[in-house]
Design a protein around this ligand. Sequence first.
Ligand SMILES: Cc1ncc(COP(=O)(O)O)c(C=O)c1O
Length: 438
Amino acid sequence: MSINAANAGLGLTICRGLRELHTYHSPLDLVRERSPERPVALVRPGAVALAARWFRDNFKGDVHYAVKANPSPWVIETLSDNGVVSFDVASIPEIELVRAHAPGARLAYMHPVKSRRAIAEAYFEHGVRTFALDSHEELAKIIDATGQAKDLNLIVRLGVEAQGAQYSLAGKFGVPANEAPALLLAARRATHDLMGVSFHVGSQCMRPSAFQGAMSQASRALVRAGVFADVVDVGGGFPSIYPGMVPPALDEYMAAIDRGFAEMMVHETTELWCEPGRALVAESTSLLTRVELKKGDALYLNDGAYGALFDAAHAKWPFPARMHRADDEGAREPSGVLRPFKLYGPTCDAIDVMPGPFWLPEDIDEGDFVELGMIGAYGVAMATRFNGFGDIETVEVTEPPMASMYGLAPRSIPTPKTDTADVVRLVAKTRGKKRRRK
Ligand SMILES: Cc1ncc(COP(=O)(O)O)c(C=O)c1O
């Protein structure tokens, strides 16, 4: 059984704007106050605000947030309050969402394949002028559906070869290098407004040089076409921090893009754009799940692959985990010895499994809570209602994230080496004394 992408995302679990968020200091406070029955997205608007300001101040161009990474209203509102006022949207519901929560925002419809009706609605009803394409057929469709409009910003998505991404986005979109010049020329002729190029080096890109390399491929395509681009859009791919994945500082990505732009054949007024998703939101959110059953080294949780843990299951990313225990009468202090666990989600599907390993106290048991960190990108956004699960509550916490690219927390997440030990002793205990319920 495969993930039903059509059910994923908008409107299912992402209901709260900034003003509606209830705030706790920490997940432990929440657990102690009311042991939540549903999974909870623990969100940190301050982390999104900081990331937005960092990109606004350090990227030498226009930052478009890729809404798909996390379409929560509180994210849209926080970004636009902090200087990110352009949004990369991929569907009419994403357009409506941004219009509702950031009314003055600039929208770029960056999905290279759109229905005629969606193009027309975006152009005539929502004022969208920027459209991506990677084929002559889509170009013709855009022109036709907008009534031969001449005020379009047409962005040609190029297929590029790029190294270093943990999630390749190659293959599905992007005009191949040998076909790019003809499409660039056609797009140039089709509009009186901006014509640009875009690409995506792949998500969670660990090599800044990938951006420079892709820009030089874009430059070659433009030279072969004999046209200048008004926009160079370097896409997304900017990384966050996960166990075993500590990327270079974001400064290095900006420096590589600056070098790449300086080497491109562009004119003085050419605009630089980017479309970060992950890097703006990943560290903002963790997920609080409850252990419903322990069976050996397996913990059965109330959220999983069909909920906010898509990447933990499908990409097998071992997100950082920590345990919280309610202080009910009889509860005892968690063991200082950590063991590797695998996690199962709540649905009946056998692929609803997150192999991890997730290092948690060896005495973790039913009723304890597992917080999975760095889940803000492509986490809550992916949750479905399959099997009746996936209803995720949202609360704000003021405690910092588990790791941070922006100085809010350490820049790495320690990962125990499984080949040297199958248990890890915690050096210091983080909580006061508790007694375990018998
Ligand atoms: C067109 C486009 N732009 C931007 C992004 C955001 O990428 P990331 O989250 O890796 O920054 C994506 C992700 O799929 C995308 O498809």
